[in-house]
Design a protein around this ligand. Structure first.
Ligand code: HEM
Length: 195
C-alpha cells in the first residue's frame, strides 16, 4: 500500500462530505453550511490520529504504533486535505450570504489556516532543516491549537440536539486523546528522571 494512502482517503471522504452537504438543502447558504459542517467532521479523525500517534508509540511500543508514528506526517497532510475542502466549502458559504460578516471575526479562522499550511509545507526534510528548533515549536503548538479548536467546538455543541451524537462522541475522543498525551508525557518524564 503506498504510504500516502491516508491523503487519498481524506480527499475521497471530504468530497463525499461536500456532496452530502450540498444534497442536504436546496437553499445555497444552508447547503454550503452543511458542507462546511460535514467537511470539518470528516477531518477530525485524521487530526486525532496525527495528534495521538506519538503518545500511542510511547505508551505501547510495538510494530503497529511504530508504523503509525512513521506515517504521522501523512495523517497530518490528510487533515490538511480535508480542511482545504472545508476552506472551499466555507468560502462558498460566505459568498452565498447577502454580505460577508466583518473580516475581524473571520481573521482568527483564516490565521489558523496559515498555521495549517505552514505545518503542511514544512512536513519534510527541507522544512526540518530550514526551521531547526522552530520546527518542533511550530508543529507542537500548531497541533495543540487544532486540537483545542475542535475540542472547544464540540464541547460547546454537546447539549445541542442538532449535534447529537457526533458532538458527544467527538468530545469524548478529544478528551481521551488529551489524556493519552498526558500519560505519554508522564511516562517520558519518569524514564528521564527515574526515582
Ligand atoms: C474563517 C474561517 C472559517 C469559517 C468562515 C468557517 C465556517 C464554518 C461553517 C459555516 C461551519 C458550519 C457551522 C454549522 O454547522 O452551523 C463550520 C463548522 C466547523 N468548523 Fe469551520 N470555519 C472556519 C475555519 C475553521 C478552522 C480553522 C477550523 C479548525 C481548525 C474549523 C473547524 C470547524 C469545526 C470543528 C466545525 C463544526 C463541525 C460540526 O458542527 O460538526 N473551522 N465552519
Amino acid at each position: 500500500m503506498p504510504k500516502y494512502w491516508p491523503i487519498a482517503l481524506a480527499a475521497i471522504v471530504a468530497m463525499v462530505a461536500t456532496m452530502a452537504g450540498l444534497q442536504a438543502s436546496t437553499d445555497a447558504t444552508e447547503a454550503w453550511r452543511m458542507a462546511s459542517r460535514f467537511t470539518a467532521q470528516v477531518g477530525f479523525p485524521f487530526l486525532i490520529v496525527t495528534y495521538s500517534a506519538s503518545s500511542l508509540a510511547k505508551l505501547w511500543p510495538g510494530e503497529f504504533t511504530r508504523k503509525l508514528l512513521r506515517s504521522r506526517k501523512y495523517w497530518g497532510l490528510s487533515f490538511a486535505t480535508t480542511h482545504s475542502v472545508h476552506l472551499i466549502a466555507l468560502l462558498n458559504f460566505l459568498n452565498s450570504l447577502p454580505e460577508w460578516p466583518p473580516i475581524s471575526g473571520l481573521l482568527p479562522g483564516f490565521l489558523v489556516y496559515v498555521v495549517i499550511y505552514a505545518m503542511a509545507l514544512t512536513s519534510n526534510q527541507w522544512g526540518y532543516r530550514t526551521l531547526g528548533k522552530n520546527w518542533k515549536r511550530l508543529h507542537s503548538l500548531g497541533i495543540h491549537i487544532l486540537w483545542l479548536i475542535f475540542a472547544a467546538t464540540y464541547i460547546g455543541k454537546v447539549t445541542e440536539p442538532e449535534h447529537f451524537p457526533i458532538a458527544g462522541i467527538y468530545t469524548a475522543i478529544a478528551i481521551l486523546a488529551l489524556l493519552l498525551r498526558i500519560a505519554a508525557w508522564r511516562k517520558s518524564s519518569r524514564l528521564k528522571n527515574p526515582g
